[in-house]
Design a protein around this ligand. Sequence first.
Ligand SMILES: C[S@@+](CC[C@H](N)C(=O)[O-])C[C@H]1O[C@@H](n2cnc3c(N)ncnc32)[C@H](O)[C@@H]1O
Length: 300
Amino acid sequence: MKVIVPPIKSQGIKTKLVPWIMQLAPKTKGKWVEPFLGTGVVAFNSFFEKAILNDTNPHIINFYKGIQNKVITPALMKNYLETEGALLSKADDNGYEHYRKIRSRFNEQFSPYDFIFLSRAGFNGMMRFGKKGNWNIPFCKKPERFSPAYVTKITNQVSSVSKIIKPEPDWLFYNKSFSEIIPLAGKDDIIYCDPPYYGRYVDYYNGWSEEDEQLLYNLLKETKAKFILSTWHHNDWRENEMINKLWNNFNIVTRDHFYHSGGNIENRRTIVEALVCNFDIENIESHNHGVKKHIIPELF
Ligand SMILES: C[S@@+](CC[C@H](N)C(=O)[O-])C[C@H]1O[C@@H](n2cnc3c(N)ncnc32)[C@H](O)[C@@H]1O
């Protein structure tokens, strides 16, 4: 499966796990419902005609709504990145001066173009926000970041995504809490949930408590739709206590996954990822963690 990569980057992006998730997802006539959209990589590879997509992060939703309304186009993005990229390459302090300028401008005006600039010029492709919703990641320290090849790559990503996103009312974007979105799903729909991982990474838009996890469980237990939930199962240090407490009541498949970036050492190591679902799984191996790459290469 060739995975379509979106223009937004983040440390929790599921690009490498998309084929596994889509292998599990039942084919239905209904809608794709994704309450924790993030970069959108899973939704954009689901190829559903109808979708309900949501995130509490307003910058993500503004950006994709801008593409949907054709306010953001590949040509405008190319022009913007060429202009700002040239200024970055000439700026003082090895480019940092211009990065700071864009960051301050974004933190006042929240332009979706500046959002993409910061997402692509920030340290390690990370996305993190402070208490006021302000961008909180330092510069990647590459003043030549926006080379012609890189600008083309991002422009092509905007173009791919703009071909996939359908106009309203087929694709609906929301900026709400997941608890308002899950009840919108009916029996023919698929809900894919990728919430912040309990006990792991948090920032302003990613606070996640045990109460949140419990509420998510209650809503998914009630839903008539089919659901798939991404979570972590265990790593070398500890287990996700929510698996035993809640998610073991459903079906679970697991596999190893390596997250490339993250604030602390634990987040940079291999983790055993889990997919929890409320339907029978016949087409997928249930536990492959610890299985070496060369044995089932297509899974890695
Ligand atoms: C792990 S990320 C999703 C990553 C996504 N699957 C991807 O591949 O890019 C979790 C997302 O949930 C959002 N979020 C956090 N709390 C939320 C809530 N209460 N309701 C809805 N979205 C929330 C965050 O802003 C973040 O974008």
